[in-house]
Ligand binder design. Structure first.
Ligand code: KG4
Ligand code: ZN
Length: 340
């Protein structure tokens, strides 16, 4: 079974050809550069860019994989959540190919793509705990199996990646800010600035990040951001708090699971922020001290990409041969019935 997958929910235009033997025949991701100056993604620019790029990289992927369009058995695309313009471009393009080829179209939820990504390169034991850490979402799931997810915590305001991007913007760094903050933090003093830890005393599994941005905004106003080691020190202090928050939530998760007598042996970090090596190493220690191992998807499935969409499609299609050409792209698509 050969699958053609498309991901266009935010600012990455990505296509992938993947088969049910787990071979990725081609995978091309174009990261849009036009948002760099704005400190965040401009939806209108993103949709226009998807429109211009998608057809080109699709042809290239088919060429690289050395196949023809008629060899493809299944077409799949992200149908939500995300920016509606991009979702429409990607899903309509892929549906048109499916109709033209007389093959099924499988709609995939972007979050499910992230959640199942570590099953590609790890031998996962269900249930596993997943911290979904992206620019649009911060959620904690118990993954009981394919199609069986339990949402146990999520952000009440900003997403974790958004917090990285907003702090970067305050430091006059270009979008996306996450990798730049990680780099700066390496040479900074993490104890230089006191950054608040929102919900520190709370037993809730939900997150809050907006207060951190406000606190850092105030600090930047009181200092010259270009003097001394200011940017590195802020980056390190911010990253330290982020690690503390993740550690606290993980420990609360362990209590929650213990109370429910659910045994979990693996913690998966998924989504763009899981590329952060400092977070990975800190969480690895914390997980280890709770008899849990930590798992990551392959590098090319961390930030938004079509391979994780194709992979999720194959996993789900193996269980149930579903297709829905009429599925409408939905910017607020939920993974499970009711969010917290
Ligand atoms: O999963 P993703 O590519 O897109 C969404 O689904 O949102 O995540 C993008 C987010 C951005 O906010 C970006 O700044 C963040 O992931 N990010 C990082 C790092 N690399 C990407 N955040 C912290 N450290 C990184 N190394
Ligand atoms: Zn994503």
């Amino acid at each position: 079974m050969l699958v053609f997958a498309v991901e266009t929910s935010c600012d990455e235009t990505s296509v992938c050809l993947i088969n049910n033997k787990n071979d990725i025949l081609s995978h091309i991701t174009y990261s849009q550069k036009e948002h760099e100056l704005f400190g965040g993604v401009i939806p209108e620019l993103a949709s226009r860019s998807h429109l211009q790029i998608l057809q080109k990289i699709s042809r290239k992927a088919i060429h690289e994989a050395n196949i023809s369009l008629s060899d493809i058995d299944l077409f799949t695309a992200t149908v939500g959540p995300g920016l509606i313009g991009g979702l429409l471009v990607g899903s309509i393009f892929t549906k048109a190919l499916a109709i033209g080829s007389n093959k099924p179209f499988v709609p995939i939820n972007h979050l499910e793509g992230h959640l199942l990504s570590p099953t590609y390169n790890n031998s996962m034991q269900y249930p596993y705990l997943a911290f979904l850490l992206t620019g649009g979402h911060t959620q904690i799931y118990i993954v009981n199996g394919i199609n069986n997810y339990e949402l146990i915590g999520q952000t009440l305001d900003d997403a974790i990646g958004e917090a990285f991007d907003k702090v970067a913007k305050l430091l006059e760094l270009s979008y996306p800010g996450g990798p730049k903050i990680e780099l700066l933090a390496k040479k900074g003093d993490e104890n230089k600035f006191m950054i608040p830890h929102p919900l520190k005393k709370s037993k809730s599994l939900n997150f809050s990040f907006s207060g951190i941005k406000t606190a850092i905004n105030l600090i930047t106003k009181e200092n010259d951001i270009n003097k001394n080691n200011f940017k590195s020190d802020i980056a390190a202090s911010f990253q330290k708090i982020v690690n503390e928050i993740l550690e606290r939530k993980f420990k609360l998760c362990i209590n929650y699971l213990n109370n429910k007598k659910i045994i979990v042996k693996q913690l998966a970090l998924v989504g763009g922020v899981a590329s952060n090596n400092n977070i990975y190493l800190k969480m690895k220690e914390v997980a280890k001290s709770n008899a849990c191992s930590i798992v990551l998807p392959p590098k090319n499935m961390l930030s938004d990409n079509a391979a994780m969409i194709g992979w999720a499609c194959i996993q789900k299609y193996n269980i149930e041969k579903f297709s829905d050409i009429h599925f409408k792209a939905n910017p607020r698509l939920k993974l499970i019935g009711k969010e917290l």
